[in-house]
Design a protein around this ligand. Structure first.
Ligand code: HAM
Length: 437
């Protein structure tokens, strides 16, 4: 009987990144980093494993109860693979609270793990750009974070009408539940979890879930609908909403107008956010194409996370942008560039005895920052050219007996379908010029 082989399939909900996928991932990360750094944010990183307690405190029951990958280590400690980065960044900031100059502007692109049912825009392992600013109590932090979030999409070439940023404030929901619907804290908590899930369930399921939590209020569903559909103009008519909360929204949106962002940002009280730590403005960014329903970004202000580790409180505001949802967005809007290997120069080996001469030339190109793939065994020219074509190389550097004797190289441009013999310096210059284009 034949020996059973192991599967080459990757674990459910994860991705193998082959070189062509890695080129895309690196492209995504490089644009993200470029924009975030242009706002003065500095990169940090943390461990993939944290104590489970870190998430028990404020991450919320959906993730901690159902989605977290956790285990007990050999020393009996309860450990979790990070499902999100916010508790880690809060822990790290709290550990140096006194030393760090404020405001603290940090970013990171961690891989995160959640035991989810994989689907479009939803995997078990994803990478997430996290951008957070700490120590700014004014909504200037939100203005910066929103403008940075939009600039990332613009840097990928996104048209203004391809996405929308939707904002609400936690106090609206709190006041409406507490003073408008007169819910007890546990009921308010349960209804907010139902609202967070609303887009993923049917209307009937939604209504029966709300009625189960609020059995003695027949108007609850109607009032919640009124709240969810409210706008800035009629927000004051919603029962329970205070003048203070209304002013917060009003003033943020008037500044967004001055910033020139009002046309892509909506006030939307249906933004709930599933995490327990948010205390202020909360927001999400959505693709306007109905193909991508899942949010690209999710974020908000959290005032009490640092306080889990320290006697001092420090307000943080930030977001997570997922690589899976971003790529879906870019693909939907035809914004993924053709990322080939074309800048690499290929040097075929026409005869074993030319190997050292080829190597000298390869070194010279590499010294000038041009990547070179040098053939290591001599094969028929056709085979070597077909290899270069499959790899997507544009440049082929031919070194034959004649070229070596005269100190020249023949440069073949696969894109232009041309070929010319030059001195090494001219060949270098030609490749360099074309590459910069
Ligand atoms: P989140 O809403 O859970 O927020 O995630 C942010 C974004 O990450 C989502 O909008 C989505 O694009 C992506 N994402 C989340 N889960 C998955 C998944 N299973 N598969 C693919 N993409 C996913 C947070 O994690 C907050 N900690 C963000 C934050 C940072 N808030 C303040 N600072």
């Amino acid at each position: 009987m034949k020996e059973k082989k192991l599967t080459t399939e990757n674990y459910k909900g994860t991705r193998d990144f082959f070189p062509e996928d890695m080129r895309i991932r690196n492209y995504l990360f490089s644009i993200m980093k470029q924009v975030v750094r242009s706002y003065g944010y500095e990169e940090y990183d943390g461990p993939m494993l944290e104590s489970l307690d870190l998430y028990r405190a404020k991450t919320g029951e959906e993730i901690v109860g159902k989605q977290i990958y956790d285990f007990v280590d050999k020393g009996g400690r309860e450990v979790a693979i990070r499902p999100e980065m916010t508790p880690t960044v809060a822990r790290m900031v709290a550990s140096r609270l006194r030393e760090l100059p404020r405001p603290i502007r940090w970013f990171s692109i961690p891989n995160l793990w959640r035991y989810e049912q994989p689907g479009h825009g939803r995997l078990r392992e994803h990478w997430q750009l996290n951008v957070d600013i700490f120590g700014v109590n004014h909504h200037a932090a939100e203005l910066e974070i929103f403008s940075l979030a939009c600039d990332i999409l613009f840097a990928f070439g996104a048209p203004r009408n391809s996405f929308r940023l939707k904002v609400s404030h936690r106090s609206l929901l709190d006041e409406f539940f507490q003073n408008g619907l007169k819910l007890k804290p546990e009921q308010a908590h349960d209804v907010s979890k139902i609202l967070d899930k609303k887009s993923k369930i049917t209307q009937d399921e939604y209504v029966s879930m709300v009625q189960k939590v609020v059995p003695n209020n027949n108007d609850a569903v109607t009032l919640i609908d009124q709240f969810l559909n409210s706008n800035i103009a009629n927000l004051k008519e919603i029962p329970g909403i205070s003048e203070d909360s209304y002013q917060k929204i009003q003033s943020l949106f008037s500044d967004l107008e001055s910033l020139g962002l009002r046309d892509i940002i909506d006030f939307d009280p249906s933004v709930v956010r599933g995490f327990d730590y948010y205390t202020g403005f909360i927001f999400e960014i959505f693709d306007t194409s109905p193909k991508n329903k899942r949010s690209l970004y999710g974020g908000g202000r959290y005032d009490n996370l640092i306080g889990l580790f320290s006697h001092e409180e420090l307000s943080g505001t930030g977001f997570g942008l997922g690589d899976v949802t971003l790529l879906n967005f870019l693909q939907t809007h035809n914004l993924v560039p053709n990322l080939s290997n074309e800048n690499t120069v290929f040097i075929p080996l026409l005869d074993e005895t030319f190997f050292l001469s080829c190597q000298t030339i390869a070194k010279e190109f590499r010294k000038h920052g041009i990547p070179v793939d040098q053939a290591l065994v001599s094969q028929k020219m056709g085979k070597q050219l077909s290899y270069a074509e499959k790899k997507g190389y544009r440049w082929i550097l031919l070194l034959g007996e004649d070229e070596i004797a005269k100190n020249l190289v023949t440069l073949k441009d696969m894109q232009e379908r041309s070929q010319e013999t030059f001195s090494l310096e001219v060949a270098l210059q030609k490749v360099n010029e074309q590459t910069k284009k």
